[in-house]
Write a protein that binds this ligand. Structure first.
Ligand code: NAD
Length: 591
């Protein structure tokens, strides 16, 4: 049985006669619950009106360009009769950007797993929420759950909290990348009237400084855990049943019984097969130790980690070669913004080998001898150190998930729904272990969602975009669709571009190699993606992530007054370039 309901314009605040800027569906379309139907735009924001339940569009009552007010009928939707009819304009009250957790009601509806193990041994500790892993996702989840009144146990295999990101990833690498930037700036100004002489690098002192930065943050986490009464258990945790985790400490075992669990056990560096066991062959963890500065170093993998560590070692005076098996550096990033980086490092690095594979690696007394395979492969070379940065593997296979009945896919990821629930209703997963992108800021957001849902709140992960940043020199940042993705999807693409060579602040910093690009859907003028190359690009990209979340168009960004002189003006000017209102360059409207 089915019935037809009217979908009305929800409460949109104090606005009347707002523009319908996009009609996403048409008669006959099938929609799922929460699928966007139309997009409205007020002076303040754009918002989607979502489907209150799944169904088929029967008739459209409005079209693009119409003006509507609260209560106006937008369309009729045929829905299954056994579903309770959503009172049009009530259930439908909130626009998508504030809507939360459609699945919250399903909280315990997922069955206990059939193939899980029973556990009837001794229990040392009990809690409401157990969090496995204390990286950015895990500690955020633990702290949020505690703030919501849950009794929380946080399990961490290493001595310090913070996971890969704080201890051997994002933070120590950024400390060294800052040093690289300082060195580069002194070199640049040596040619412009300020000479410091060649830097003398004391790796020991530098390592200590980097470690002190890490120590401040990880120590801070211990304090934050204590204040929230989060019980931290150090040791390797494994599920032994759907409600028990056994923690293997150095001095014995602790079994924790939990009502809910959040798996935040992250990922680990992938290694190439058949590599000799030699400490001169490193992952990023070893490279951050700065044990020695070789004369020549090979970076295997031209992705984010490889190119960030190459930036550090290059600034410290090491001759860098990069070997990448695909035809481009940083595959997946927007090509136009990788170009300024590639141009700079092609001049500085000893070699950049694309479409090239490593066929053999041998440890010799003189160094690590590497043979290459590919059309332009050089003859075998000997390097003082080799960094392997060919991706990361999720740790799904290492947490005893089968004992809890939690599904792990063939690659080691633990799939979840939008509320971060695994196939087992009371067990959640967040961060690198769930799916790409493997980024700390995705993990922290997922951690909050999981903690809130575990504590009974109606939350869901509904971010439209997740920005990416490579802290190379120049920095590369992108968000939303790349130019290639938009073209692949057949979007009528508009591009607003502003070169940093025309930005006063960039020139004053001695860097004119940056580029800001914004991508628009010409159909409705909305921003769908952006890419920035240049100093501090990672800080600038947030504005464009917000623009996409808010459904902004070029005028929203261009008419927001950006302070002068800043590199943030390049964002406004890229929007002006698309609008055709740019005066800082002679760039007639190209739409
Ligand atoms: P990646 O996937 O970004 O790059 C790995 C690169 O290695 C790819 O370009 C791939 O084509 C290449 N490759 C794979 N096998 C190869 C081989 N045999 N020979 C030559 N090249 C090979 O992985 P990564 O740089 O190791 O980073 C791992 C993860 O960590 C990524 O998901 C990344 O997003 C994340 N990360 C993010 C940041 C950041 O946000 N700044 C920093 C570090 C790491």
């Amino acid at each position: 049985m089915s019935k037809t309901i009217e979908i009305k314009v929800p409460d949109i605040g104090d606005f009347e006669n707002v523009d319908v800027i996009d009609v996403i569906v048409k008669e006959g379309d099938k929609v799922a619950e929460n699928d966007p139907l139309i997009t409205l735009e007020t002076d303040k924001a754009a918002m989607d009106v979502p489907a209150p339940q799944a169904g088929t569009i029967r008739s459209m009552k409005i079209s693009g360009g119409d003006k509507v007010s609260q209560g106006d009928v937008v369309l009729t939707l045929e829905v299954a009769d056994e579903e309770q009819e959503a009172p049009a304009g009530e259930e439908n009250e909130k626009p998508k950007q504030t809507e939360k957790a459609p699945e919250a009601a399903k909280e315990e509806s997922k069955p206990e797993p059939k193939q899980a193990d029973e556990y009837d041994g001794k229990v040392d500790q009990e809690c409401d929420v157990l969090v496995l892993g204390s990286g950015p996702g895990g500690y955020t989840a633990a702290f949020r759950a505690a703030d919501l009144g849950q009794k929380v146990v946080l399990v961490e295999r290493y001595d310090s909290l913070g996971g890969v990101c704080l201890n051997v990833g994002c933070i120590p690498s950024k400390a060294l990348l800052h040093v690289a930037k300082v060195i580069e700036e002194t070199h640049f100004f040596a040619e412009h009237g300020v000479k410091f002489g060649e830097p003398k690098i004391e790796t020991g002192a530098l390592r200590e400084w980097k470690n002190s930065v890490v120590g401040k943050l990880t120590g801070g986490l211990v304090g934050l855990a204590k204040r929230r009464k989060v019980s931290v258990v150090h040791g390797t945790g494994q599920f032994v049943s759907p409600h028990h985790v056994e923690v293997d400490r150095n001095d014995g075992k602790t079994v924790v019984r939990f009502n809910k669990a959040i798996i935040a056990a992250g990922s680990e560096a992938a290694m190439l097969p058949n590599l000799p066991d030699d400490k001169r062959i490193m992952t990023s963890t070893g490279a951050l130790e700065l044990e020695e500065l070789p004369e020549r170093m090979l970076v295997i993998g031209g992705g984010i980690i490889g190119l960030e560590m190459a930036t550090v070692y290059d600034a410290l005076g090491v001759k860098i070669s990069v070997v990448e098996m695909t035809g481009e550096l940083m595959p997946g990033a927007d090509r136009a913004i990788v170009k300024p980086l590639e141009k700079r490092i092609r001049k500085r690095y000893e070699n950049i080998l694309l479409n090239t594979k490593v066929s053999k690696v041998e440890a010799t007394k003189q160094g690590i001898k590497v043979s290459f395979e590919g059309k332009d492969a050089p003859k075998p070379q000997v390097y003082g150190r080799v960094l392997v940065a060919v991706g990361r593997h999720p740790n799904g296979g290492r947490v005893g998930a089968d004992k809890a009945g939690v599904k792990v896919d063939e690659r080691g990821f633990i799939p979840t729904d939008k509320q971060q629930r695994t196939n087992v209703g009371h067990i959640f997963a967040i961060g690198d272990i769930t799916k790409a992108p493997l980024l700390a800021h995705k993990a922290t957001h997922e951690g909050k969602v999981a903690a809130e849902v575990a504590a009974g709140e109606k939350s869901a992960f509904d971010a439209r975009v997740i920005p990416s940043v490579a802290y190379t020199d120049p920095e590369i940042a992108w968000v939303g669709m790349t130019e290639a993705e938009a073209k692949d999807q057949g979007i009528d693409l508009g591009i607003g571009e502003f070169p940093w060579a025309a930005n006063g602040r960039s020139l004053a910093m001695g860097r004119d190699d940056g580029l800001t690009r914004i991508y628009f859907d010409n159909k409705n003028g909305r921003i769908i993606g952006a890419g920035i190359a240049g100093t501090g690009a990672g800080d600038l990209i947030s504005e464009l992530a917000l623009a996409i979340e808010m459904g902004a168009d070029a005028a929203d960004v261009a008419l927001t007054i950006h302070p002068h002189p800043t590199t943030s003006e390049t964002v406004a000017m890229a929007a002006e370039a698309y609008e055709g209102t740019l005066t800082d360059l002679y760039a007639p409207k190209k739409r």
